[in-house]
Ligand binder design. Sequence first.
Ligand code: SF4
Length: 395
Amino acid sequence: AESVLISQQSHGELCKVLAVNKAAAAHEQKVIVVSVSPQSRASLAARCKLGLLETAQRLTQFLKSLGVHYVFDTTFSRNFSLLESQREFVRRFHRQAEDKKALPMLASACPGWICYAEKTHGSFIIPHISTTKSPQQVMGSLVKGYFAEQQHLPPDRIYHVTVMPCYDKKLEASRPDFFNQEYQTRDVDCVITTGEVLKLLEQEGVSLSDVDPAPLDTMLSGAAEELSSHHGGGSGGFLEHIFTHAAKELFGIHVGSIHYKPLKNKDFQEVTLERDGEVLLQFALAYGFRNIQNLVQKLKRGKCPYDYVEVMACPSGCLNGGGQIKLEGESSKEELQQVERLYESLRAEIPEENQAVRELYEHWLGGWGSQRAQEMLHTQYHAVEKTNSALNIKW
Ligand code: SF4
């Protein structure tokens, strides 16, 4: 089933949709939206030897030349994922006395990890996983919800494609939880990897450096036209944002820079908040399957000391995802360092200070913590019975 899904959600599928759309009568045409992840943009920039802004502008032009109408950046939707995760952590922290599974809270943005957790440790792990949607799926809600309303279109008249650093994002987009029953449409219709964007360029005989730059699209008029990122590394910065927010909100402590303490390896690190020798918060990041297994064992033995863990399936996180472009002539370490340098070269924004995000919370979602915000920005998980044959997990 997974291989069928991957062929349905591929650059080949996107090409078919674009061709059908061009030939369709005007009233039947769909609005085609592509949302590009910042990890994919960094990988493309490294490959094409371009700056990030140039890459974004030229990619916008290239996609539009194929028939795409709007190109967005999932850094925007990540603001919502970060803010909701911060608030969810604080709520769980207050709940921990009466709910033993409120903490540790485990990150939810990596579908490789979620899939593994549901299939192998189901009902034991699920209550620990943050209910906040990943940036890809928040983008799905924004595009098929807010943007569709702005365009005066039903959600099924928009075809929404994302460009992501891994194949597992295709599985995430096809979860029944992200399917709109009323309109029979997915929040994200098609996911293509960074490598598939390169294939598209090659197929068209185009080199990104030869494409003219186009202005960037923004979902809200008046939103900044420059690129920005978030603090906290190439997997989204969840640990850092939640840690800083919780330190301030729960203990009135302003955290300046975050000190990571490597444990067994660089993919398992700890961050601790202390006051007068007392540990107030203990966070960790666990990347890669071995570290995840180790974490799960700790949890099962009741020996997990953490309040929050940023769990990611790929060693080194999302910049090293399986869908990223391999650089010619570079060792994988140099390649990753190059992509990381580019990724970190942008101004880091503070989600709380983003005016467009505030506006959407206020006017579209009906305020922080509203029922609509819960529906649009949160999801749920499902334990897979051990007897199910889908237990074959590939890593
Ligand atoms: Fe995808 Fe890997 Fe990032 Fe998980 S860690 S979301 S599998 S790129």
